[in-house]
Write a protein that binds this ligand. Structure first.
Ligand SMILES: [Zn+2]
Length: 180
């Protein structure tokens, strides 16, 4: 997960701690890294996904000329997030990074360019906010079949995914490997 593990220049997805400001009214959280006064990058698009227990969303990646970063924040519930390196110049291509995220865990995830992202919902329901560095370009969207995560024992076989996601096959020769 740490960039020092990579032999190439590929930066893999990483969690960072967000800033908390709590007082008697409750809690205010910024989207910024607690060590920085700035956002990790600027967003051109946001979306919010509500999902029920056992749902899997992804694994998606935008492989455009300048592939965007994503910022992921769990507003409600808990998820297991997955990021898979699809950078063909990275020695760690195919490695799966796994992140436990939730509303009580004060961390956000930056999904690096050329990393497929997806998540499994552990709680009764979830709300996940995703900010994207570039506008969504459907013709550049590619994906990895989530069944590969079932084969690795990373998500339950009875997970619920869309027909579109269950038929993703843009990287048929990819061999997934696990890092934690
Ligand atoms: Zn990589």
């Amino acid at each position: 997960m740490k960039s020092s593990r990579n032999q190439s220049s590929c930066q893999h997805s990483q969690l960072y701690r967000v800033q908390d400001h709590s007082d008697e009214r409750g809690l205010l959280q910024t989207m910024r890294d607690s060590r920085s006064s700035e956002l990790p990058f600027l967003f051109k698009d946001f979306y919010s996904a509500y999902s029920l227990s056992g749902v899997f969303r992804g694994l998606h990646v935008q492989m455009s000329e300048n592939p965007p970063k994503k910022l992921v924040r769990v507003l409600k519930g808990s998820i297991t997030a997955f990021s898979v390196c699809l950078n063909s110049r990275c020695l760690l291509m195919g490695e799966v990074s796994i992140f436990d995220m939730g509303e009580t865990i004060h961390q956000s995830l930056v999904v690096s360019p050329r990393q497929a992202f997806g998540y499994y919902v552990n709680s009764n329901s979830s709300q996940v906010l995703v900010g994207i560095e570039e506008s969504y370009m459907p013709h550049f969207e590619m994906g990895i079949n989530p069944m590969l995560l079932i084969k690795l024992g990373l998500i339950p076989a009875d997970m619920k995914a869309s027909d579109k996601d269950l038929n993703l096959n843009n990287f048929p020769n990819l061999i997934l490997r696990i890092i934690r």
